[in-house]
Design a binder for this molecule. Structure first.
Ligand SMILES: NC(=O)c1ccc[n+]([C@@H]2O[C@H](COP(=O)([O-])OP(=O)(O)OC[C@H]3O[C@@H](n4cnc5c(N)ncnc54)[C@H](OP(=O)(O)O)[C@@H]3O)[C@@H](O)[C@H]2O)c1
Length: 323
């Protein structure tokens, strides 16, 4: 009988152990978190990720709306979708989600920062129905939005607090878990409205585009200055956007933050993605794409092949400049 010597035993044990680790790391599904997953584009991102075999933590600020959304996905056979509450403007809520992920999965592979507000109000008489846009082309629909949207100060403040600071807060809370993944990815859902071309001030544009020189502290200062100019009615003289101004500035700041983060964490893929003009509550149903189509391009960015770009902007799935 051939008795393998001790070294041979050890080698076989090690090979077996490594094989088990390889099998289990591929067998354990990737884990994703989607913010604002209860409706619109976020709901569709959850559905598409889960359909691809990825475990999805669908988050929403409202337990009932979030729970209902999970039930709808579970009823489609997508049993790997679970719910966790997340109000992105609350640090304690982001910390509770991080605690849940750590205990349940020990890591996070994909974070889709989708939750946002439009930062505008529409008249009471207007409801989000798509039929009134039948026969209107893309530009006429955008015109309708520009004509009917008002931007009260509270909505503007909420837009900056949610779309920039909320996204940043969630990202910071989940960063250690993303770094525990062998392939951590962040998709910050952006907008063509966040492109630098919407900011009239050449100086601000340059600062936001100077990823090497820009800091988070400077971003805070710029946003503070923006809010001061908003309150004193001095947006246009200082080169800030006039319509959807807080939404545009908050998304531009989020893009800049994504680029800072991508440089700081080369081990992660941190990208921004614009879904296109989508029929959802945010657009009052005026968009030209379905949520399914909008979500598809975000999921494409979330699932880019290994070693793909980081610190980049994607417009409907294709890499494009931040300007
Ligand atoms: N629709 C478009 O044409 C378009 C174009 C460009 C970019 N985008 C971007 O696409 C993303 C999704 O937008 P959408 O069109 O799907 O909008 P939506 O239908 O209005 O959905 C927004 C989602 O964000 C959630 N949310 C808002 N504030 C939150 C908070 N503080 N904490 C947690 N969740 C919060 C909402 O929850 P509630 O249901 O509780 O309010 C909802 O689930 C956004 O980032 C948006 O800026 C949309």
């Amino acid at each position: 009988m051939l008795v393998p010597d001790e070294d041979e035993h050890h080698k076989r044990d090690r090979d077996r152990t490594e094989a088990v680790i390889r099998i289990s790391s591929t067998a354990v599904a990737r884990v994703s978190v989607v913010t604002g997953g209860n409706k619109g584009i976020g709901f569709e991102v959850c559905r598409q990720l889960a359909s691809g075999g990825i475990t999805v933590v669908l988050t929403a600020r409202d337990e009932t709306r979030g729970g209902d959304a999970v039930e709808r996905l579970n009823a489609l056979g997508l049993s790997q979708v679970v719910f966790h509450r997340l109000e992105i403007t609350e640090a304690s809520s982001a910390a509770a989600l991080a605690g849940f992920l750590k205990t349940r999965f020990g890591k996070l592979d994909i974070l889709v920062n989708n939750a946002a507000v439009g930062g505008v109000e529409y008249g009471q008489e207007l409801d989000a129905n798509e039929e009134k846009f039948d026969g209107l082309d893309f530009h006429q629909r955008v015109e309708w939005m520009l004509k009917n949207a008002r931007e009260p100060i509270d909505s503007a403040k909420n837009s900056v607090q949610t779309n920039y600071y909320g996204t940043k807060r969630v990202t910071e809370a989940l960063l250690p878990l993303l770094r525990s993944s062998p392939d951590g990815r962040i998709v910050n859902v952006s907008s063509s409205y966040g492109l630098l071309r919407h900011i009239g001030s050449e100086e601000v544009r340059q600062e936001l585009n100077d990823v090497d020189g820009l800091t988070e502290e400077r971003l805070d200062e710029l946003l503070e200055k923006f809010m001061e100019d908003f309150e004193s009615g001095a947006l246009e003289p200082h080169g800030w956007p006039g319509k959807f101004s807080a939404y545009k500035v908050a998304k531009a700041a989020m893009n800049a933050y994504s680029r800072i983060l991508a440089r700081r964490h080369p081990e992660l893929r941190v990208n921004c993605a614009h879904p296109g003009f989508v029929k959802t509550d945010m657009s009052m149903g005026s968009g030209v794409l379905t949520p399914e189509e909008g979500a598809r391009s975000l999921v494409k960015v979330a699932l880019l092949p290994d070693g793909g770009p980081t610190g980049a902007y994607f417009a409907q799935g294709e890499e494009a400049p931040f300007v």
